[in-house]
Design a binder for this molecule. Structure first.
Ligand code: HEM
Length: 486
């Protein structure tokens, strides 16, 4: 009797449970969409949603962490399902998702903010008044402000003037160190100068370490589960955020208390935020000033650190590129007097340097993905992007796909002699949420490239170090270098 019972379990129950586990996400997420969309004849994108709860996360991790071939996640789907319409269905980061890999669909999603919204469950870690999380009119107000303050010609001219002395000083101090982890030094140097440039913050080494630690804590909370109790990454991120806001608030209060001080009169980012008015002529709330300053310092110093870290890596691996870069910049340097700095106009004439900068940005892919949520069922060429599903724009795939860039993993600045095909190069996103600091990044990178190439040489201490792709791409050793003067 018992044997028959066990036999029945083995024969019926176990396969049934396995089948249910395998089909669970289909039954839960896909079947209702198919039933709803059959009336309007929309097709379901191809793909699969994997296991309950985990979805295809284990496969994703396999490609990112074990094989370290992140884009093969998409390549295997293209092999299995064919090219289809430029996107597949999957289940990642806890949600049924559509992964988009084609230029036209990426553009469609980025430029359809009425159909796809940006949603951050971890809003308290990011700040509910930050341009990153705001929606609607307030977002437009702050976004326009930031684009103006960071990316326009006048602002870039000021950036070039004010940032150079700090870059020169940082490189000089590195040459005295000899061997170091470049990412560690870059974090400190860029935080120091961005803090000074954006808010006149005078940061001693102790304060820089404390601030940097707090910013790392904030990042860890961005994509964590939004569980706000002691011990969670989200809770810690909120605590770190409060610490940074406290430091920025001290500076804000100082300026309010002494309106005649040089800082209060300066037109740094904090000063300009304090002077910004909305449509009704009302100044921004303090909280808005502080939160947007925090976001700008944060994104600014981390993205420049990453980009310049990659510059050191790629240039060390491509001596012929370094040599050409050096020649162009030595030529520029000869035209300058002793101690005379570059102008924004000079940087624009450095053709090869700008190509190197663009190639670094393409290959670094520091913002490899962009996330949206479909507000309603959206039809695209007969297929549905279902309401409530997460949409993951796989921007990095645009830049590593040989159909868009020949021999894409080869570091080749000369590919920028021609413009990439429309929509195939989107490192800064697009549409209403495109990056507010794209030109700011390019100019900062060009300044580093200039001073690095005219004055310094370096070698990678671990030239074969692995590349980490999560949480963002970087050489696993943090770019350990031996660094010195020419
Ligand atoms: C290589 C460097 C950088 C890359 C690859 C990059 C990439 C991006 C991308 C892809 C987005 C769009 C996100 C989305 O659509 O959801 C974005 C948004 C943004 N970026 Fe950057 N970024 C870089 C540097 C910077 C810098 C230096 C700043 C400022 C100092 C900055 C400020 C912003 C802001 C404020 C947004 C939010 C815009 C909005 O929500 O409307 N970025 N960035």
């Amino acid at each position: 009797m018992l044997a028959a019972y066990c036999y029945a379990i083995g024969l019926v129950v176990v396969p049934l449970v396995c089948w249910l586990l395998w089909r669970w996400n289909y039954i839960r997420y896909v079947a209702p969409v198919i039933s709803r969309c059959s009336k309007v004849n929309y097709k379901m994108p191809l793909g699969q949603l994997g296991l309950p709860f985990f979805g295809e996360m284990l496969i994703f991790l396999w490609y990112f962490k074990i094989l370290r071939q992140p884009d093969d996640f998409i390549n295997t789907k293209r092999l299995k399902y064919g090219d289809n319409v430029g996107f597949y269905r999957t289940h990642l980061f806890g949600s049924p998702s559509i992964v988009v890999y084609s230029p036209s669909v990426c553009k469609f999603v980025l430029h359809s903010s009425e159909r796809f919204k940006q949603e951050w469950p971890t809003i308290e870690a990011l700040g509910s008044n930050s341009v990153i999380t705001l929606q609607g009119e307030r977002h437009t107000l702050l976004k326009n402000f930031l684009v103006n303050a960071l990316n326009h010609r006048d602002s870039l001219t000021r950036t070039v003037e004010q940032v150079q002395p700090s870059v020169v000083a940082a490189l000089e101090s590195w040459s005295k160190k000899g061997k170091f982890i470049a990412k560690d030094e870059l974090r400190k140097a860029t935080l120091e100068y961005i803090g000074k440039y954006f808010a006149h913050l005078e940061l001693d080494p102790h304060k820089i370490d404390a601030l940097d630690k707090a910013f790392v804590g904030i990042i860890q909370g961005f994509r964590a589960q939004p569980w706000n109790f002691p011990g969670t990454a989200y809770h810690y991120a909120i605590k770190c955020r409060k610490k940074v806001i406290k430091i920025l608030r001290e500076e804000l209060e100082k300026r309010k208390a002494d309106a005649d001080s040089a800082e209060a009169k300066s037109n740094d980012l904090m000063g300009r935020l304090m002077q910004t008015k909305d449509k009704e002529g009302k100044y921004l709330e303090d909280e808005e000033v502080l939160q947007n300053l925090l976001s700008s310092i944060h994104i600014g110093y981390t993205s420049i650190t990453d980009t310049v870290g990659w510059a050191l890596y790629f240039l060390a691996k491509s001596p012929h590129v370094y040599q050409k870069l050096r020649e162009e910049n030595m030529e520029m340097s000869k035209q300058k007097g002793e101690g005379e700095h570059l102008t924004y106009g000079d940087i624009m004439t450095l053709k090869y340097t700008n190509k190197v900068a663009e190639e670094i940005i393409r290959m670094a892919n520091i913002s490899g993905f962009v996330f949206r949520k479909a507000i309603d069922d959206v039809e695209y060429e007969g297929y549905v992007i279902p309401k409530g599903w997460q949409v993951i724009l796989w921007l990095r795939y645009l830049h590593t796909n040989p159909e868009h860039f020949e021999d894409p993993m080869c570091f080749n600045p000369d590919r920028w002699d021609e413009r990439p095909r429309f929509g195939t190069y989107l490192p800064f996103g697009g549409g209403a949420r495109s990056c507010a600091g794209n030109m700011f990044t390019r100019v900062n990178l060009a300044i580093f490239l200039h001073y690095l190439s005219i004055g310094y040489k370096w070698e990678l201490l671990n030239p074969n170090t692995e590349i980490k792709y999560l949480s963002h791409p970087e050489p696993a050793d943090g770019v350990a270098v031996s660094f010195g003067k020419h």
